[in-house]
Design a protein around this ligand. Structure first.
Ligand code: GP9
Ligand code: MN
Length: 412
């Protein structure tokens, strides 16, 4: 009957982080472009592999005057991979511990970011060069209130433009920007990339750096596809400028999940020059998060610890859209009240002081084991929070939430 929501709502209200005055509305009325950087992990950023730069364009962005880059940002996905990251982005709810929520709960009521910006007059769209039913996206996007979905059928894949899972990111971005130019403005458009996906294969002409030399072909090739993705993003920025869409847009980019699983720990250890302990493994769940605001001028690296659950409130507030009544578990990364506590879908977590992984509490910094008491309150809070989120999804509880008034509509 929705009465479970009362407790959840109290928890969410008490954790609400007031927007930063400086950032609230900074991108008001602008187009919102969100790019999902397939399988991109933070260890590739500002790093080299055998003397070769892996992500030259993104590295530049980390120093760019119009960009805020978050190096301590984590993915929080589970089995639903890319779709889980989309779920986190749209709802600021955790994905499920079992299967992909895009499949299991596509009939639920949601109060998605797409729906919210749609209510503010935005046209909402997703672009992805794969079949629309993959991850049940066509069905789920309707539940999320996405106005339009441009899947592979909206694209022309010429000879040589496909590799690995399908259309290459560079022609994908090119055609996506052509399509974007036709959209009513302001728009909220998401672009899902694909080339930097396992098994990380490329045509010869797209290999801009050489392979790594470990016993893992997967890791060896990953550097090359990450380098390709970087090139594609650079071209996306150029295409947006050519089409006159750049100035009026805010561009947000995030890595969706890890590309290199723990099966490649030996090879990763060779690359990083250190053993992959449970602590290091948690560090490897960092994915890049970029906020690029043309004309901002005060770009910087923001060391705030955060996760994908924080994207929705952060973005909404930049657009000047209130989220104080929303049932969301993340917080605005720009807020002074933002809490540095990232809960992974599997129960691991990171705070400013501690990293809980492998059932051990570690000092965040040295990685050394510390007494479990330090982590205990967070262990409990993590379970509570994941449980609340799970109950919202399993009970379809947002049915009982009126997004117009922010009131709970409990029924007896
Ligand atoms: C497929 C793309 C990749 O459409 O989203 O899926 P993933 O395996 O990363 O979830
Ligand atoms: Mn993915």
């Amino acid at each position: 009957d929705g009465s479970e929501l009362v407790e959840v709502n109290n928890y969410v209200r008490s954790n609400y982080a007031e927007p930063s005055e400086e950032m609230f509305g900074i991108a008001e009325g602008k187009n919102l472009i969100v790019v999902t950087l397939e399988s991109l992990q933070t260890f590739t950023i500002n790093s080299e592999m055998n003397g070769q730069t892996i992500t030259p364009f993104l590295n530049e962005l980390t120093k760019d005057e119009d960009t805020i880059y978050f190096p301590n940002f984590y993915h929080q996905t589970g089995l639903g991979k890319t779709s889980d990251s989309e779920f986190l982005l749209e709802n600021s709810l955790y994905p499920l511990s079992g299967g992909a929520v895009f499949f299991t709960h596509s009939g639920n009521s949601f109060n998605s970011m797409a729906e919210k910006v749609g209510n503010e007059g935005y046209f909402t769209n997703v672009q992805h060069a794969n079949t629309k039913s993959f991850w049940n996206r066509d069905i789920m996007y309707e539940s999320l209130g996405v106005d339009n979905f441009q899947d592979i059928q909206s694209y022309t894949v010429e000879e040589g433009q496909a590799v690995n899972w399908g259309m290459k990111d560079i022609p994908f971005f090119e055609q996506s920007v052509d399509l974007m130019a036709e959209m009513p403005q302001p728009f909220y458009n998401r672009l899902l990339t694909l080339t930097n996906h396992h098994p990380f294969t490329l045509d010869e002409e797209d290999k801009f750096i050489s392979e790594f030399d470990s016993n893992s072909g997967t890791l060896n090739r990953y550097f090359q596809t990450a380098r390709y993705l970087d090139e594609a993003v650079k071209e996306l920025f150029d295409d947006l400028k050519e089409r006159g869409l750049y100035e009026d847009s805010v561009i947000v980019m995030y890595g969706d999940h890890y590309g290199i699983s723990e099966n490649h720990n030996e090879a990763m250890a060779q690359y990083l020059g250190k053993e992959i302990t449970p602590y290091e493994s948690a560090q490897l769940q960092k994915v890049p998060f970029f906020v690029h605001i043309p004309g901002y001028g005060e770009g910087h690296v923001d060391e705030e610890i955060g996760g994908q659950i924080d994207m929705r409130p952060t973005i909404l507030h930049m657009l000047g859209i209130d989220s104080s009544d929303d049932l969301q578990f993340g917080g605005d990364l720009f807020s002074e009240e933002h809490e540095e506590f990232v809960i992974f879908r599997d129960g691991r977590f990171v705070t400013e002081d501690y990293v809980y992984a492998g059932n051990v509490c570690h000092d965040n910094g040295t990685g050394e084991e510390v007494a479990i008491e330090h982590c205990q309150p967070y262990i409990e809070q993590a379970l509570t929070e994941l449980g609340y989120s799970e109950s919202i999804i399993n009970g379809d509880l947002l049915r009982f939430y009126d997004e117009k008034t922010g009131q709970l509509v409990t029924k007896d």
